[in-house]
Write a protein that binds this ligand. Structure first.
Ligand code: ADP
Ligand code: ZN
Length: 208
């Protein structure tokens, strides 16, 4: 199964993707994570991406599309994949069309005030990638694996404002672009498990 996840920053795409990944045995491909890995390893891609990411702007397509295309050629994508954070614009969606076909597009819809509330509280496990929010979990280590949690460089109020603007202007038009493949999931106030339930049912139906 090949899935695209659409949704504003902090909508919970990463958490939803991790749930889908476990149940459907497909890999999660997050372009944001790929960039952060490249930055950590000091690669050329990392060097190019960092300044854009720190400002909350999109990394140029020439870099992003090449990186994504290479990633999709790897063996673990054979079973299918969840794209989390790609495409983020119409030109990226056009490029993806030439690379592969997609089965379904899931839009994760979360109200803006909820997104702003989550922004500064996000913490991520440095080892297993589990995502937390200080409003519901205020420890500094991961409950799953014990490793220290960290806050992303771009998770600050200045950057988030621009990231939300970029989403509205550049990424949200993809909702129409993919109208014929779209499934809208409501982000639940009750948390990630409740958000995931209907999505899981939908994907089970699709698999048959
Ligand atoms: P979030 O969804 O919380 O904004 P991501 O980890 O998906 O976070 O992305 C972080 C940053 O990485 C973005 O603000 C952008 O600079 C860069 N990035 C990620 N995916 C793309 C993409 N498809 N095109 C261009 N830039 C991207
Ligand atoms: Zn962990």
């Amino acid at each position: 199964m090949k899935i695209i996840l659409l949704g504003a920053p902090f909508s919970g795409k990463g958490t939803l993707a991790r749930n889908i990944m476990k149940d459907f045995n497909i890999v999660q491909i997050s372009t944001g994570d790929l960039f952060r890995e490249n930055i950590k390893n000091g690669t050329k891609i990392g060097l190019e991406a960092k300044s854009y990411m720190d400002k909350g702007e999109l990394v140029p397509d020439t870099v992003t599309i090449k990186m994504l295309e290479a990633r999709l050629k790897e063996k673990d994508c054979k079973n299918g994949f969840i794209l989390d954070g790609f495409p983020r614009s119409i030109p990226q969606a056009e490029a993806l069309k030439k690379i592969t076909d997609i089965d379904t597009v899931i839009e994760l819809d979360v109200p803006l005030d909820e997104i702003k509330r989550r922004c500064v509280g996000r913490r991520i496990c440095s080892k297993c990638g589990e995502i937390y929010n200080t409003s519901s979990y205020d420890k500094s280590t991961c409950s799953k694996c014990g490793a220290p949690l960290f806050q992303r460089d771009d998770d600050n109020l200045e950057t988030i404002t621009l990231r939300l603007e970029v989403y509205e202007k550049t990424t949200a038009p993809l909702i129409n672009f993919y109208a014929d493949k779209l499934y809208v999931a409501k982000g639940s106030q009750k948390g990630p498990e409740e958000t995931y339930k209907p999505v899981k049912n939908f994907l089970m139906g699709l698999k048959k």
